[in-house]
Each structure stands twice: as structure tokens, then as C-alpha cells.
Design a binder for this molecule. Sequence first.
Ligand SMILES: Nc1nc2c(ncn2[C@@H]2O[C@H](COP(=O)(O)OP(=O)(O)OP(=O)(O)O)[C@@H](O)[C@H]2O)c(=O)[nH]1
Ligand SMILES: [Mg+2]
Length: 290
Amino acid sequence: MSENTNHKQIQWFPGHMMKTLRLMQDDIKNVDAVLQLLDARIPRSSLNPEIQQITANKPQLYVLNKSDLADADITAQWVSFFRESGGGCVAISSKNRAAVASVKQGIEKELAALLERRQIKGTSGSKIRVMVVGIPNVGKSTFINTFAGGAKAKAADKPGVTRGKQWVTVGNYDLLDMPGVLWKKFDSLETASNLAFIGSIKDDVLDIESLATGLLGEMCKMYPEKLAERYKLSDEELQLDAYDLLDAVGKKRGMLMSGGVVNTERAAIMFVDEFRAAKFGRVTLERPYR
Ligand SMILES: Nc1nc2c(ncn2[C@@H]2O[C@H](COP(=O)(O)OP(=O)(O)OP(=O)(O)O)[C@@H](O)[C@H]2O)c(=O)[nH]1
Ligand SMILES: [Mg+2]
């Protein structure tokens, strides 16, 4: 990402996110467990350290969501990785009904001791209260809607859709939908870039050509064959530096301006859109073991 993007860093963490962190802090004592949604394409970068801090003392289930967009073998490695480090973890696709049973099973495993105590006390009718948290656009509201079997929470294909907290009761569960939240200082440019690639940072604070060249660089490293196939790129073209590669992609797609100059901005928008629309198939940008 360009320097320009870094200057605008402040807008990655607008006031409403600070408010969300406070809400979380207030409500954490009112829930039995935390469901932290991560994006299966970038499990490490989507783990929010601020959320980790607030939820540290609660039973927690990590949910690798959008696993339909991620490389299945690497997702399986990530599930093992989280489980080995002592956390509960399941991989789901929020839009799929099967997600509900996996998550319920995961939560009830994390809450086994509490549920047993309730049984003994004769209060097993009490609702299981779960706070659903994660970065913007990761699929929290979509998951809640699938769980509820209907549109209870607003969900859409852009970050920052949920603006306030909302309780949704389904059977013996009370689910708390929360707005997505980022954190103030990303530990690396890689983390910031990954969040931007998948659309968790609002595009209007980003420089689209920097975003596209960054993503082209990653795809060249990790999935050159997918890139070559979609844009009919030769081995030589794959060796180009990212900006020249963007230019080549724009040319292949006939995105020319007067004088035959490639409209790299249009090419950038097109490439990022295609990546987000999973036109390259299932892609995971981070491995559990570096
Ligand atoms: N392919 C795929 N898309 C998903 C999945 N879950 C959610 N989405 C899509 O991701 C987009 C964001 O979903 P939301 O449920 O609004 O995300 P959110 O986490 O509630 O977002 P904020 O409220 O903005 O923090 C929507 O277009 C969903 O349809 C999934 O498992 N797979
Ligand atoms: Mg939402």
C-alpha cells in the first residue's frame, strides 16, 4: 500500500469502532461465550488484538468463515493450528445451514462445564448467551441470519453495515450481533494489506492502484497459475513488476484510453473486484506456519 494510504490510517478506525470496543467491554460480562469470526482466507490478519484482549477470559470459539472462498487444505491446517493452541475452532460458510450445527457443537463443547452446572442446578432452560464479534464484513450478521433461519440482522457486501448492537433470540440461544471492528495500529503492512484485499477496510480510504499491485504481487507469489490462466499471461509477463503486470492485465482486457495508454485505475478496480468475487477460485493468502 502506498504512503498515501498510511496517512489516511486514522480513517481505518473511525469513532464508531471505538464505541463498539466500549460496548464489547460493557457487555462481555453479560455473555457466556464469544464467537469470533475470522476470514478463512486471512486467519492471522483477521484476528483483532483489541477483541482478543476484551474477550480473553471468556470461553471462545474461533470460526473460520467464508471457507467456501478459501483453499480447503489450508483451512484444515488452520483449524488444527487453533485447536493445538488450545482454542475451539470450526470452519464454516455462514450462508450454509450446516454452519449452525458446527457452531452449536463447538460452543457447547467450550461451555461443557457451565452447561453441566446448569443441569445440576436445574437451570438448564437458561439461554446460552453468545457475543458474535470480528472485523468488518467477515459475515457476523449473515451467520446470525442463517442461525435464525431468516433476516433478523442487516447484512451486505461492504464493511461497516451493522452500526449498533442487536440481540437475536433463537431457540435456547441469545446471540449478540456487534458492528465489525478494526484496531488502531496494524502490526505490519502485510496485515493492513490483507484486510484491504478482502474488503474489510472501506475502499474510499485506500489507493486502488496500490491495493491492486499489492494483491497482484501476492497472487504472483502464491497462485501464479490461477493468475496466468484468467488473464492469459505468459511466464515472462508473470515476471514483470506489479505495476507493469497491472498494465499488462489492463491491456489484455482492452482497457485503453486515447493514445493506447492503459487505464490502470480501471484495471485495478476490475482485478480487485474479481478477486473478491472469487473469480480465481479458492484462495488463501496466509499459512499457519510461516
Ligand atoms: N462467500 C461467502 N460470503 C459470505 C459468507 N458470509 C458472509 N458473506 C458475505 O459477506 C458480506 C458481509 O456479510 P455481513 O454479514 O454483512 O458481515 P458483517 O460481519 O456483519 O459486517 P459488518 O456489520 O459490516 O461488520 C455479505 O455480502 C455476505 O453475503 C460466507 O461464508 N461465504
Ligand atoms: Mg453486520
